[in-house]
Design a protein around this ligand. Structure first.
Ligand code: C5P
Length: 223
C-alpha cells in the first residue's frame, strides 16, 4: 500500500486528538499532534522570559528551541531542548497563551516546515491533526477531515479531560474555548479553516468509536 496522508483539522474539543491517535494506531500509520508543537514552543517562550505580548520578541526567538515530536500513536512524545514537556504543555497557562504565539508568522513558518519534514519521513503514512493542515501544511493530503461539534459538546469534553488536574467549571471552560477558537480563526496567517475539499463531520451526537469508524472508512475508500 502507498503511504497515505490524512489531515484532521477542527476547533478544540471536537475529539481530534483521540480520533487521530486511534485511527493511526488501527491502520498502522504514524501520528502527529501539531497543537502539541505550538504548545511546546509557547512553553519554551514562557520559560525563557520571552514577552508573549510582543510579536517581535516571539518572532526573534522562534528558531531557538529544538522541538522533537515522536510519531508513535500509542505513545506520542514531545521534547523541547531535551525536556519532555508532555505534561507542562497542557496547563491552563500554556493553553491561554498558545494562540498569541501561534499567530506569529515566523513561528508558523518554522513549525510548518518541521511538520512537512515529519510527514515526508513517515513511510507508512501519517495522520496529522491541527488547524491548518488541510489548507496550508499538507494541501495535497489524500484525505482531509474537518471535525466540528457544538460549543456545549466541546466544553463538556474538555472539562472531562481536565477533571482531577485543574478543576474547571463548564461555563469557564466554554468561554475559554470559544475565545481561543475565535483567536485561531481570525489570525492573518493560516487561520483555523476548513479546506474546500475537506469532509466535514459533526461529532456532537457521535461517540468516539463512531467518529473513529467514520474516519477509518473514509481512509479505506481512498486507498
Ligand atoms: O490542538 P490544541 O488545542 O493542542 O492546539 C493548541 C493551539 O495551537 C491552538 O489553539 C492553536 O492556537 C495552535 N495550533 C495552530 N495550528 C495548528 C495546531 C494548533 O495554530 N495546526
Amino acid at each position: 500500500a502507498q503511504a497515505v496522508i490524512v489531515a484532521i483539522d477542527g476547533p478544540s474539543g471536537t475529539g481530534k486528538s483521540s480520533t487521530s491517535k486511534a485511527v493511526a494506531a488501527q491502520l498502522g500509520l504514524s501520528y502527529l499532534d501539531t497543537g502539541a508543537q505550538y504548545r511546546a514552543i509557547t512553553w519554551w517562550m514562557v520559560n525563557n522570559g520571552i514577552d508573549i505580548t510582543d510579536p517581535g520578541a516571539i518572532a526573534a526567538a522562534a528558531g531557538k528551541p529544538e522541538i522533537i515530536s515522536g510519531t508513535d500513536p500509542s505513545a506520542p512524545t514531545i521534547i523541547v531542548d531535551g525536556t519532555d514537556v508532555a505534561g507542562p504543555i497542557r496547563t491552563q497557562e500554556v493553553t491561554s497563551k498558545v494562540s498569541a504565539v501561534s499567530a506569529v508568522p515566523e513561528v508558523r513558518a518554522r513549525i510548518t516546515e518541521l511538520q512537512r519534514s515529519i510527514a515526508a519521513a513517515a513511510e507508512n503514512g501519517i495522520v496529522v491533526e491541527g488547524r491548518d493542515i488541510g489548507t496550508t501544511v499538507l494541501p495535497d493530503a489524500d484525505l482531509k477531515v474537518f471535525l466540528t461539534a457544538s460549543p456545549e459538546a466541546r466544553a463538556a469534553r474538555r472539562n472531562g479531560e481536565l477533571k482531577g488536574k485543574e478543576a474547571a467549571d463548564l461555563a469557564a471552560t466554554k468561554a475559554a474555548l470559544i475565545k481561543r477558537d475565535a483567536a485561531d480563526s481570525s489570525r492573518k496567517t493560516s487561520p483555523l479553516a476548513k479546506a474546500d475539499d475537506a469532509i466535514e463531520v459533526d461529532t456532537s451526537d457521535l461517540t468516539l468509536q463512531q467518529v473513529i469508524e467514520c474516519v477509518v472508512t473514509l481512509i479505506e475508500e481512498k486507498r
